[in-house]
Design a protein around this ligand. Structure first.
Ligand SMILES: NC(=O)c1ccc[n+]([C@@H]2O[C@H](COP(=O)([O-])OP(=O)(O)OC[C@H]3O[C@@H](n4cnc5c(N)ncnc54)[C@H](O)[C@@H]3O)[C@@H](O)[C@H]2O)c1
Length: 262
C-alpha cells in the first residue's frame, strides 16, 4: 500500500468528487486525499480566496467554485461546473458546516435556524441535486460529514448537535432509498480535530493533550480525510448506511481514568 505523509493512500483513480467547504480544514484535507488517490476534485466554498488557493496547490486535478450550500441554484451551478470540467460525477462529500457554542437555553432561534440551514438543509439540497447525476453515472458515493456530536449529546451544541444528528439520519434515508441505484451513502463522525473551526477552543495536537478522548489526543485532518477517501472508494463497495466514528474512542465510552479521576 502506498503512503502519503502519515496516512495510507486510497485508490480513487478515475473518480470525480465534489467537496463542499473544501477551502480549508477537513474539506481541504479530503481534497488532498482524493488527488493523492488519483482522483479529480471540485472544491466548493464561500471563502473564494482560500478556496482558489487550495485548489491551485492541488494542481490540474482540482478546481474551485464559489458555492453557498444553502442555495439551490448554487448547487445546480456547482455540479454542472464539475460535469463541464471533468465529464462525470462519482462522489459528493457534504463537508461544509459551521459550529455553535451556546447552551440550549441561551441559543437564539435565529442562530439555531442558521446552523440547521447550513449543516442540515445544505446537505439535503446537495444530496437531492447530486442523485440524478450519480444515477446517470451508474452509481457513486455520498459521504456526509456529521460529528461525534451526531452520535451523542454534547453540551454547548444546541443547533450544531441537532443538525449533525439530522445529517446522520438523512444519510440512513439516502442509503435505503438509493441502494438500488448503486449510490452508497455513509456518514463520518469526526471527534475533536484541529482545524480553523476548533482552533479558537484552544485545543493542541500531540499525545496527551486531549484527555477527553480515550486515545488522549485530538485527530488530524488527514486522519479524518483517510476515512472519507475510503468511503469514496470501491474498497467500501459493500458499505452503505454506516456511521463511521473517527474520534479517538470519544463516543465509544469512558476510560477508567475518567471514571476514577486517576
Ligand atoms: N474540526 C472538528 O473537530 C470537527 C469535528 C466534527 C465534525 N466536524 C465537521 O467537519 C466539517 C468541516 O469542519 P472543519 O473543522 O474543517 O471547519 P472549517 O471551519 O475549517 O471548514 C468549514 C468550511 O465550510 C465552509 N462553509 C461554511 N458555511 C458554508 C456555506 N454556507 N456554503 C459553503 N461553504 C460553507 C467554511 O467557509 C469553511 O471553509 C464541518 O461540517 C464540521 O461540523 C469538524
Amino acid at each position: 500500500m502506498q503512503r502519503c505523509g502519515t496516512v495510507a493512500v486510497v485508490d480513487l483513480s478515475g473518480k470525480v468528487v465534489v467537496i463542499t467547504g473544501g477551502a480549508r480544514g477537513l474539506g481541504a484535507a479530503a481534497a488532498q486525499a482524493v488527488v493523492d488517490g488519483g482522483g479529480r476534485v471540485l472544491i466548493t466554498d464561500v471563502l473564494e480566496a482560500e478556496g482558489a488557493e487550495t485548489a491551485a496547490k492541488l494542481g490540474e486535478a482540482a478546481r474551485f467554485v464559489r458555492h453557498d450550500v444553502t442555495s439551490e441554484s448554487d448547487w445546480q451551478a456547482a455540479l454542472e461546473y464539475a460535469l463541464a470540467e471533468f465529464g462525470r460525477l462519482d462522489g459528493l462529500v457534504n463537508n461544509a458546516g459551521i459550529s455553535t457554542g451556546q447552551f440550549l437555553e441561551q441559543e437564539s432561534v435565529e442562530h439555531f435556524r442558521q446552523v440547521v440551514e447550513i449543516n442540515l438543509v445544505g446537505v439535503f439540497i446537495g444530496m437531492k441535486t447530486a442523485i440524478p447525476l450519480l444515477r446517470t453515472n451508474g452509481g457513486g458515493s455520498i459521504v456526509n460529514i456529521s460529528s461525534a456530536a451526531g452520535l451523542t449529546g454534547l453540551a454547548l451544541t444546541a443547533g450544531y448537535g441537532a443538525s449533525k444528528w439530522g445529517v446522520r439520519g438523512l444519510s440512513k434515508i439516502g442509503a435505503v432509498e438509493l441502494a438500488e441505484s448503486r449510490i452508497r451513502v455513509n456518514s463520518v463522525h469526526p471527534g475533536m480535530t484541529l482545524t480553523p473551526m476548533t482552533a479558537p477552543v484552544g485545543i493542541r495536537s500531540g499525545e496527551g493533550n486531549y484527555p477527553g478522548a480515550p486515545m488522549g489526543r485530538v485527530g488530524s485532518p488527514e486522519e479524518i480525510a483517510a476515512a472519507v477517501a475510503f468511503l469514496l472508494s470501491d474498497a467500501a463497495g459493500y458499505m452503505t448506511g454506516a456511521e463511521l466514528a473517527v474520534d479517538g474512542g470519544w463516543t465509544a465510552g469512558l476510560t477508567v481514568k475518567y471514571l476514577t479521576g486517576q
